[in-house]
Ligand binder design. Structure first.
Ligand code: GRF
Length: 203
């Protein structure tokens, strides 16, 4: 049985697209059953619709608190029978309750080699810091922002000629490989967590 995946988005959805493409392979162990956006009209919603995946727009602005918004998402995910949640450019902080409720079953992609450069503007900060390697990380989500056991990382060189945009493009290419890899590991139940570490069975 394929694992049912819910994807949370806020924008263009290129990582969603990478997941949709991976799920189109009949041998992939997961299927995307719901895409939720907190922002109306974003391109990610169109990508989901083009792939025949049900979508839901839940504008966060309509809710009195983060908890109330998260609980609405939680209800929708559970009603759709979702087993794994992927954050794919979802630009909202999560409440502790929501993060705890999906612990071990929710993953995020971050455009940096964690634990370096948590938060925003990672490419600019990597260039400013003068690092020679940068990249992306897929990790299990915990209540702490951009924290949690790491499942997959991919590194790229930082070139002397790079600006924020060229570096972002090089990293994004790797994101589109890393995210389906990580989802596969989780969907195949190959991830065991020990403290801060995710141990991958049969790696
Ligand atoms: C990606 O760089 C991802 O790592 C970050 O937000 C961006 C989303 O891009 N969390 P997209 O919407 O998947 O194209």
């Amino acid at each position: 049985m394929k694992k049912k995946v819910g994807v949370l988005v806020s924008g263009r959805g290129s990582n969603l697209q990478a997941l949709l493409d991976a799920c189109a392979d009949p041998s992939f162990p997961a299927e995307i059953a719901l895409v939720i956006s907190n922002v109306p009209g974003v391109y990610a919603l169109e990508r989901a619709a083009n792939a025949g995946v049900p979508t839901l727009t839940i504008p966060h602005k309509g809710f009195p608190s983060r908890e109330a918004f998260d609980s609405e998402m939680d209800k929708a995910l559970r009603a759709a029978g979702i087993e794994i949640v992927c954050l794919a450019g979802f630009m909202r902080l999560l409440s502790t309750g929501f993060a705890e409720g999906w612990r071990g079953r929710m993953i995020n992609i971050h455009p940096a080699l964690l634990p370096s450069f948590k938060g925003l503007h990672t490419h600019r900060r990597a260039i400013e810091a003068g690092v020679k390697l940068h990249g992306c990380t897929v990790h299990l989500v915990t209540p702490e922002l951009d924290d949690g056991p790491i499942l997959v990382q991919k590194a790229v060189p930082v070139l002397a000629s790079d600006d924020e945009d060229t570096l972002a493009a090089r990293v994004l290419e790797q994101e589109h490989k890393a995210y389906p890899e990580a989802l596969r590991l989780l969907a195949e139940d190959r991830v065991a967590v020990e403290g801060n570490r995710a141990l991958i069975r049969d790696a």
